[in-house]
Write a protein that binds this ligand. Structure first.
Ligand code: GLP
Length: 242
């Protein structure tokens, strides 16, 4: 595990974008695993800026997103499909035919999850997975549990996650209660994993995940065992309370 200590959110975003752009320059047809949430937005913004300057080309890049809310259409403003268009895809040359996100409207969970895992496999696996960190240690939507999950699956979102995500919805009742998410095995099989974390509010969970025991009670802790995991965190997120 490597830790890159950034000064603040913008510096963290540039450092993570540097790693992603090096990946794409060295392997133009890379499979990038992408994440939503406020943490990676600055990374996407930096990649867009470099794309507009002509420094990076995504024409051959394939992308797989970590997760999607069950019940939301890709056109829905709160869907992660829409988040990705709004914050990244609309501004770079990643082609829609090359980007994948679980389909929230598929009511048949088993069918959707196996379809998504087959997509990841058919792409040859993930070269670089970008992650944020949930306040309860979740990655993607892998919530704290008694065991680590393997492939893509349907999850019931925890109360903590619903509370954290309600800021994006008009009313709390609108926050979906279920999501499709890649599993821990999908994430652990990525060749490289890069996590972006910012702000003092995340410091306790950073400490728990990366300086505590590996346990499904804090799903991100499994990344301590990944062969090429880089945590890009700002100083506030690394200032642990006593
Ligand atoms: C959501 C996403 C996660 C993300 C988390 C943290 O729950 N499913 O992938 O890491 O939010 O979000 P933020 O970066 O806004 O703190």
């Amino acid at each position: 595990m490597k830790i890159i200590r950034a000064r603040d959110y913008d510096h963290m975003s540039r450092q993570a974008a540097n790693i992603i752009s090096a990946q794409v320059i060295l392997k133009p047809d890379s499979v990038l695993g992408l994440a939503t949430g406020s943490s990676p937005i600055g990374t996407y913004r930096q990649l867009i800026a470099w794309y507009l300057k002509g420094d990076i080309d995504f024409a051959q890049v394939r992308t797989v997103n970590l997760d999607e809310y069950v019940g939301l259409a890709p056109e829905n403003e709160q869907s992660y499909a829409c988040f990705m268009r709004r914050n990244f895809f609309n501004f770079v040359n990643i082609y829609p035919a090359n980007s994948y996100i679980p389909y929230g409207l598929n009511k048949n969970a088993e069918d959707e999850c196996s379809r998504y895992d087959r997509i990841i496999q058919s792409l040859g696996g993930i070269d670089l997975q970008l992650l944020g960190l949930g306040p309860n240690g979740h990655i993607g939507f892998n919530e704290p549990d008694e065991f680590f999950t393997k492939g893509t699956h349907k999850v019931s979102l925890s109360e903590a996650t619903t509370q954290a995500n309600k800021r994006f919805f008009e009313k709390e009742e609108d926050v979906p209660r279920f999501a499709y998410t890649m599993g821990i095995c999908d994430i652990m099989q990525a060749q490289r994993v890069v996590m972006v974390v910012s702000g003092a509010a995340k410091a306790p969970v950073v400490k728990q995940a990366f300086f505590g025991p590996v346990t499904p009670r804090c799903p991100a802790s499994i990344l301590q065992l990944h062969k090429d995991f880089t945590l890009v965190a700002d100083e506030a997120a690394l200032a642990f309370p006593d």
